[in-house]
Design a protein around this ligand. Structure first.
Ligand SMILES: NC(=O)c1ccc[n+]([C@@H]2O[C@H](COP(=O)([O-])OP(=O)(O)OC[C@H]3O[C@@H](n4cnc5c(N)ncnc54)[C@H](OP(=O)(O)O)[C@@H]3O)[C@@H](O)[C@H]2O)c1
Length: 280
């Protein structure tokens, strides 16, 4: 859809939704690009997701993002799911097409990759083993991003072992699943560690990981962005590891969405980052 003079309505659906920083992000870009429009948060319980998505065309919404816990459920509702979202198993972004049908895609993997590259431009996913903690929707996007960049060894640990096995079976490729209790050893010799569990986010316990075996040269990424710096990131910095926090993943996933929605390439600027960080 080309940017036009008409008033553009966009939304993010989640349950709960008050924690979402997507309205702040997208309304910043609306103002910056002088688009007439508004991006609103919608609290949608999972059992109402079908009705809510189907109401988008009648309400004149052009686009919609999805956040926890609706990303997987949307797969069964929209009319078309692109190949990337199918592989990840979750939809982060829905476009309302002119005939009112709904097309789903997933940009979280893009946010993960370009957040890392923003801070570490020479980052290579194939530099050595990568330990990924978690096997939920976020972890699936991370694994997709790592494989897409040519990762040669991914060590996957998740509290619920079966979920990690399912992820590895769905993706195939160089993924070794280790038991949750083995997570402290899984980081031995790794070039990168990614926390994609929810442990460390506001309201949750800190991520319980002994990093003794993680090389000091390893890059540590936490995809959590609230708080701005998790205890894992602080501990990694204290021992001299390079770190990347999770906010940029949220910011960068908006770029391909805007390309698809409005044909515009928005920028992740220091001003935008500061605006959202100030709210955390
Ligand atoms: N920066 C971004 O743009 C971005 C994008 C996506 C997600 N995220 C963040 O990533 C985190 C995970 O999101 P998600 O969508 O993947 O959620 P999810 O699908 O609900 O998965 C949650 C993950 O956390 C694990 N977990 C939950 N409680 C745990 C505990 N007490 N001990 C150990 N592991 C535990 C789960 O393990 P089980 O399988 O055992 O339950 C699962 O691996 C959230 O904090 C979310 O905000 C950030």
């Amino acid at each position: 859809m080309a940017a036009s003079d008409r008033f553009l309505l966009a939304a993010v659906m989640g349950w709960p939704i008050s924690q979402s920083r997507s309205p702040m992000l997208h309304n910043f870009w609306f103002a910056q690009h002088r688009l007439q429009g508004s991006y609103v948060p919608l609290a949608i319980p999972p059992e109402q997701l079908g009705k809510a998505l189907r109401a988008l065309p009648a309400l004149n919404f052009a686009v919609c993002n999805l956040t926890i816990p609706l990303k997987q459920d949307a797969m069964q509702i929209v009319d078309q799911v692109d190949i990337t979202a199918k592989r990840i198993g979750a939809i982060s972004c829905v476009v309302v097409r002119p005939d009112g049908s709904l097309a789903g895609s997933n940009n979280d993997w893009y946010g993960f990759t370009y957040n890392i590259l923003d801070f570490v431009p020479d980052w290579r996913a194939d530099a050595g083993p990568v330990a990924v903690m978690g096997a939920g929707g976020g972890a699936r996007a991370v694994v997709y991003g790592l494989l897409e960049r040519g990762a040669k060894e991914i060590r996957l640990c998740n509290r619920t072992h079966a979920r990690a096995l399912k992820l590895a079976a769905d993706f195939g490729g160089p993924i070794t699943v280790l038991k949750w209790e083995q997570r402290h050893d899984a980081v031995d010799g790794c070039a990168m560690l990614v926390n994609a569990t929810n442990q460390g986010m506001v309201g949750e316990n800190a991520f319980d990981l002994r990093p003794d075996k993680l090389p000091k040269t390893a890059l540590v990424n936490d995809i959590i962005y609230n708080p701005r710096q998790t205890r894992l990131i602080e501990a990694a910095q204290a021992r001299g590891n390079r770190t990347v926090t999770g906010l940029g993943m949220l910011l960068h996933q908006g770029i391909p969405a805007w390309r698809a929605w409005f044909g515009i390439e928005p920028k992740v600027t220091a001003e935008l980052r500061a605006l959202i960080e100030a709210s955390l």
